[in-house]
Design a protein around this ligand. Structure first.
Ligand code: AKG
Ligand code: FE2
Length: 357
């Protein structure tokens, strides 16, 4: 019933973009198709030390003393086991480049709907680029308060052709963000007692998939009755994320939702499903979601990094041997895993359930 109601009101709304809906003068409530209720009792107290978000100083990994590097690698074990999330600071990507990337994405979302629609494409996640609203209008049971676009920037670099500066800014930003992500995968390999290039080689990251995925969340009149992106885990290895001055990302920690806040210009870093599989569940793919607010537009840019499409991912034999464990997950080709996750059946559910031994 709820589904039918949602479908009808979606039809009545003729959603082209959440941006134009949010800007329509008549909007004073949230259309029922967007119905989602946030439970304030599930939210974490950010002042409770239990919810102090781990910070990783990347400069100590790249140019610290050997002792400083090993201390960070040691800290990473606990961070990846207990949180699957941290904020990377002093990562070397210039603040001006991060700001320019956000501005350029803002420029794209500010184009008229007809121009943005030129970038609509099929539903294959490995499409060169894709623009849309919600998640997948054909499958959604309720709608999401966001517009988005995704561009594949590695192994081959693709770009939007509007706005004019997009290609130049996104190429430089993607390259610099990739360096940070690869440094993180080296440190994570070492934290597992493996050689630094272990993950890079085992996951064929030379041809690894990297996306640039921007989200646009306009102000919402009743933010507790809508959601930007509901709870999910990312399918790759590790995702970096930046945002404009508005908060909204929440990560699940100890059964509560914690709104991420931290030093400006840090990268928010979350571990994703292939990392959990590779480490046989030792490291955690963190559940997260994006909430909306009633004050100002939030823009976030996620940069997910994964294996190459044809990599078969399974728990690392070296780790199983070291820890004396049996594999907890079945081996699966990365592309098939993505297709399974995006098929709609698994939306907001854990794709792990399908591959747990
Ligand atoms: O906007 C955010 O903070 C979250 C975005 C996200 O989780 C995603 O794009 O997968
Ligand atoms: Fe995500």
């Amino acid at each position: 019933m709820a589904e039918v109601a949602a479908a009808q009101s979606t039809e009545a709304l003729k959603v082209t973009s959440i941006k134009s809906l949010a800007e329509s003068p008549a909007l004073n409530s949230v259309p029922s198709a967007y119905g989602f209720t946030i439970n304030p009792n599930d939210e974490a107290d950010p002042n409770d030390p239990e919810f102090a978000i781990p910070i990783v100083d990347m400069s100590l990994l790249t140019s610290g003393s050997p002792e400083q590097r090993s201390k960070i690698i040691h800290d990473l074990v606990k961070i990846c086991q207990e949180w699957g999330f941290f904020i990377a600071i002093n990562h070397g990507v210039p603040e001006s480049l991060m700001k320019a990337m956000i501005e350029t994405c803002h420029g794209f979302f500010s184009l008229p709907d007809e121009e943005k629609n030129e970038f609509k494409s099929g539903n294959d996640v490995l499409e060169m680029f894709k623009y849309g609203t919600s998640y997948n209008l054909a499958l959604d049971k309720f709608l999401l308060w966001r517009d988005f676009f995704k561009v594949r920037v590695h192994p081959e670099f693709y770009s939007l052709y509007k706005p004019a500066c997009f290609s130049e800014v996104s190429m430089e930003f993607s390259k610099r963000a990739r360096e940070v992500a690869l440094e993180i995968t080296r440190a994570i390999s070492e934290s597992l007692g493996l050689e630094p290039n272990y993950i890079h080689n085992a996951m064929n990251m030379d041809r690894g998939i990297q996306m640039l995925a921007a989200n646009y969340y306009p102000p919402c009149p009743r933010p507790e009755h809508a959601i930007g992106i509901p709870h999910h885990t990312d399918h790759g290895l590790v995702t970096l994320l930046i945002q404009n001055e508005m908060k909204g990302l929440q990560v699940e920690h100890n059964g509560k939702w914690l709104t991420v806040d931290g030093p400006p210009n840090g990268f928010f870093v979350n571990l994703a499903d292939q990392m959990q599989i590779l480490t046989n569940g030792k490291y955690k793919s963190v559940m997260h979601r994006a909430t909306v607010n009633n004050k100002a537009t939030r823009i976030s840019i996620a940069i997910p990094h994964g294996p190459s499409v044809d990599t078969v991912v399974a728990p690392a034999p070296e780790l199983l041997e070291k820890e004396g464990q049996a594999p907890k997950y079945l081996a699966m080709n990365y592309k098939e895993y993505i297709q399974l996750q995006q098929s709609g059946k698994n939306y907001m559910k854990s794709t792990f359930d399908h591959i747990r031994v």
